[in-house]
Design a protein around this ligand. Structure first.
Ligand code: AMP
Length: 139
């Protein structure tokens, strides 16, 4: 497996070198909105420390990230009135990974909806408004 690249886009987001719509952070994890949301409220949970994906993550990184995934799942259920949550996580390019800093996708789901296609840029004003609702619902 390739080494961790400290210039990947999520590392730049962590360092504040490129903008992001942040919704939550704690000592070990950061959550921000996906700019190409596959569902309204699609957000990404990452560890603040470097690792490429699930395959090189430490037990500590994984436990911190999954606890935040659960927290955000509760937040989107409450804040967006979601009926369910889909969690996605991809490892290495053949596994569907495009950004090589560990991340979990949190996709709020509503009865009867379908996950949208990948690679479609979202409306940033809409994303910001949804982020505000999620932020307000994080306990
Ligand atoms: P993957 O590596 O396939 O699990 O997915 C990477 C995700 O990162 C995709 O859902 C992209 O829409 C998302 N993404 C890429 N660049 C940014 C960015 N600058 N800010 C927020 N999300 C991003």
């Amino acid at each position: 497996m390739a080494a961790y690249d400290p210039d990947n886009i999520f590392a730049k987001i962590l360092r504040g070198e490129i903008p992001s719509t942040r919704v939550y952070e704690d000592e070990a994890t950061l959550v921000f909105m996906d700019i190409m949301p596959r569902a309204p409220g699609h957000c990404l949970v990452i560890p603040k420390t470097p690792c490429r994906n699930l395959l090189d993550a430490s037990a500590e990184q994984l436990s911190a990230v999954i606890a935040t995934v659960q927290k955000m799942s509760h937040a989107v259920m409450k804040g967006l009135g979601a009926d369910g949550v889909t969690i996605q996580q991809f490892n290495e390019a053949p596994g569907g990974q495009e950004v090589f800093h560990l991340h979990f996708h949190v996709l709020p789901r509503h009865e009867g909806d379908k996950v949208g296609p990948p690679g479609v840029m979202g409306d940033m004003a809409e994303i910001a408004a949804i982020a505000e609702k999620i932020r307000a619902a994080v306990s």
